[in-house]
Ligand binder design. Structure first.
Ligand code: SAM
Length: 279
């Protein structure tokens, strides 16, 4: 059963733009379920990515939180501002947003455009260290990749990277019938929470270098992928980890990827994080 969304700001005379991944939520029950999953209330700072016609926005504002929004479509952003003067909308591309500007605790939410969901989550997971709660609707397969465990078919660079910075939990799936226009895929809602500082990856440069090396050739054995970098230190590391060099990348946990990355590309030699002596 779906319940039509009560009238939202952009509904009238706005043709959805496919280039911006505009599949708008039409069902109030689903919209409220997603917005409520953020557990926002008065005093929380909340950022909504891609508010569109405001399906989640009204419900979020009702919670009393301080709401900010990033919307690439200037026309829709204008309508939202007019309808909800309390809302701060920035017309910008979330792919270019500098997430490190978000100091202190934040909650972030978005029914993300399918085509840019992975890079947005990749960036914000690493660059927002105090993400109290992030609620994102993405294509179901992307949700599976984000939450995948080592050894599973969906496990890859995105899983290792995001799980090195945040805890990922799948919440529920959403069918195409609640959107206009209807997408060809199923969606799923996930929850991200920053890992505690002692568990979180701080110098991410080495991992950023290792992941493409490994997952562009995921069927190959690690000893083959890493042959150009091989040495006694790697022999020793595999022994210490009780791992076979014949293992494939998908068998390594995020923690092991981090250790291996730091061994191969020591953080003090990392151009992103030069040590004080070299900076
Ligand atoms: N939140 C609305 C809803 O649930 O109905 C809209 C969701 S729609 C799937 C995605 C929204 O993100 C659209 O409003 C679109 O204009 C916006 N958008 C697309 N690409 C964006 C980007 N790179 N940065 C910010 N917003 C973007």
């Amino acid at each position: 059963m779906t319940s039509a969304l009560s009238r939202t700001p952009g509904q009238a005379a706005h043709r959805p733009k496919r280039s911006l991944g505009q599949n708008f939520l039409q069902d109030q029950g689903t919209a409220w379920k997603i917005a409520d999953a953020l557990e926002a209330s008065s005093g929380h700072r909340v950022l909504e990515i891609g508010p569109g016609r405001g399906a989640l926005t009204g419900r979020l504002l009702e919670s009393g939180c301080d709401l900010y929004a990033l919307e690439k479509d200037g026309v829709l952003a204008g309508k939202l501002k007019k309808h909800w003067p309390r809302l701060s909308v920035v017309v910008t591309d979330a792919l270019r947003f500098n997430w490190t500007k978000l100091h202190g605790p934040w909650r972030i939410i978005g029914n993300l455009p399918y085509n840019v969901a992975s890079p947005i989550i990749w960036d914000l997971a690493a660059d927002v260290p105090h993400l109290e709660r992030g609620i994102f609707m993405v294509q179901k397969e992307v949700a599976q990749r984000l939450a995948a465990a080592p050894g599973s078919r969906s496990y890859g660079a995105l899983s290792v990277w995001v799980q090195s910075h945040a805890q990922v939990r799948g919440l529920f799936t959403v069918g195409p019938q609640v959107f206009h226009p209807r997408p060809k895929v199923d969606s799923a809602v996930i929850c991200l929470t920053s890992l505690a500082p002692e568990e979180r990856l701080h110098h991410s440069g080495p991992l950023r270098r290792l992941l493409p090396l490994c997952f562009q050739q995921r069927r190959k054995q690690l000893k083959t992928i890493l042959r150009p970098l091989w040495g006694d230190h790697l022999d020793q590391w595999f022994q210490d980890q009780d791992l076979r060099p014949e293992s494939r990348p998908e068998e390594l946990s995020p923690r092991r990827f981090q250790l291996l990355a730091n061994l191969l590309f020591p953080p003090h030699q990392d151009p992103e994080n030069p040590s004080p002596a070299t900076s």
